[in-house]
Ligand binder design. Structure first.
Ligand SMILES: Nc1nc2c(ncn2[C@@H]2O[C@H](COP(=O)(O)OP(=O)(O)O)[C@@H](O)[C@H]2O)c(=O)[nH]1
Ligand SMILES: [Mg+2]
Ligand SMILES: [Zn+2]
Length: 364
């Protein structure tokens, strides 16, 4: 017998959430296991999974639900037998990237997570810029980052890479792991227990799914398939990204994401580059760009070889990415405002024309 879904308490549902849910329009409550274009797979306890549409996406207002969200669900009056997500509980943490595309807007990869496992494969040299970008996003989520170097069985001295990463990520646990030899799997296991939720991020092919399978004792499916019911009790097979482990703890296996653009991640940037961020407060000019100004505390770090130049350059590049995004957001807001103004003027115009022709008609 395959376990469909655990009870809500072991998925992190709390008494506080119960009090919140009581105030919503709710037939069911649950935790989102997957989202796809506004349709969510939701664990609703009692061994049940349902698919539900997001009311906010349909109405194009408010938040879109994300994997890991705690939600309430109600019947969809417009579509017989279907469910709607009626409310989303405030998020404790959110792993967020900039959504792909021209419009500057966020996309939540995982909500209400405790740890983010930032992963890279040791079958290739460590990609420091990629790792730093992932760490910015991980720190910015509000959860705690952990670096996992996978496939440690592929190199002679995995600890050399671990030491190099500890240099750039002070205070972040870094583990060289291998699902083949079992190296450090117990240390990973130690971080996933009870209702703790962990998101895995990194390129595809680095061993995320293999790790999930190892942690679940090979018991969990290859693809995260579960069976969902609709309100009529029909069953369909659906996939999920949120995977409860048999010995406690929950994993969010994000699909291998190539492009991880930052979204409003100033705090994450500060936390991922603590020494550089701290120094930047001590430059002579408060608007120092850290490029060639005199008495620049950031440039002093590289000159005195406290921090290497590559890392400072990358910090500045990520900061420029955020600055550019702020400009884009301002531009989009301006355009939207103009559009609203124009359409308001058009409405007034139309009304004026209508009342004029009305007067003409009356005169006739
Ligand atoms: N050598 C080695 N290969 C691994 C390890 N873990 C996973 N792999 C292999 O890496 C490939 C990609 O793994 P997968 O879990 O699908 O990666 P994902 O795309 O990140 O989910 C597979 O061929 C795995 O067998 C490991 O610890 N050592
Ligand atoms: Mg995978
Ligand atoms: Zn400076």
């Amino acid at each position: 017998m395959t376990r469909l879904a655990p009870d809500l308490a072991s998925l992190g549902w709390t008494a506080k959430l119960d009090r919140w849910a009581a105030k919503q329009d709710a037939e069911l409550k649950g935790r989102v296991a997957r989202t796809h274009r506004g349709t969510c797979v939701v664990f609703v306890g009692d061994n049940n999974v349902v698919t539900a549409t997001s009311a906010s996406i349909r109405s194009r207002t408010g938040l879109a639900p994300a994997t890991g969200d705690f939600v309430t669900i109600r019947a969809d009056e417009e579509n017989d037998g279907e469910y709607l997500i009626s409310a989303i509980a405030a998020r404790k943490t959110a792993l967020t990237r900039r959504a792909p595309g021209r419009v500057p807007e966020p996309q939540i990869l995982a909500a209400n997570i405790d740890d983010v496992f930032v992963m890279q494969g040791m079958d290739r040299p460590v990609n420091f810029p990629r790792l730093e970008r992932l760490l910015v996003i991980a720190w910015d989520s509000g959860a705690e980052p952990v670096v996992l170097l996978t496939k440690a069985d592929q190199v002679n001295d995995p600890d050399a890479a671990v030491r190099a990463i500890q240099e750039i990520a002070p205070g972040v646990q870094c583990l060289a792991i291998s699902t083949h030899t079992g190296r450090n799997i117990d240390a990973v296991q130690d971080r996933i227990f009870g209702t703790r939720t962990v998101a895995l991020i990194g390129l595809s092919g680095i061993g995320k799914s293999t790790l999930v399978n190892t942690l679940s004792g090979g018991e969990v499916q290859r693809t995260g398939q579960v069976r969902a019911v609709d309100r009529r009790g029909r069953h369909t097979t659906v996939t999920r990204d949120l995977i409860p482990l048999p010995n406690g703890g929950i994993v969010v296996d994000t699909p291998g994401i190539r492009e991880l653009a930052l979204w409003e991640a100033r705090e994450g940037l500060a936390k991922a580059f603590p020494r550089i961020h701290e120094a930047s407060k001590h430059c002579k000019f408060s608007d120092c760009t850290h490029h060639r100004e005199p008495d620049c505390a950031v440039l002093r770090l590289t000159r005195e070889r406290v921090v290497n130049k590559r890392r400072v350059d990358h910090y500045l590049k990520l900061q420029a990415e955020l600055d550019e995004q702020d400009q884009q957001k301002a531009e989009f807001a301006r355009k939207a405002e103009n559009r609203a103004k124009v359409s308001a003027e058009e409405r007034v115009d139309r009304r004026r024309k209508r009342s004029k022709s009305g007067r003409r008609r009356k005169r006739r």
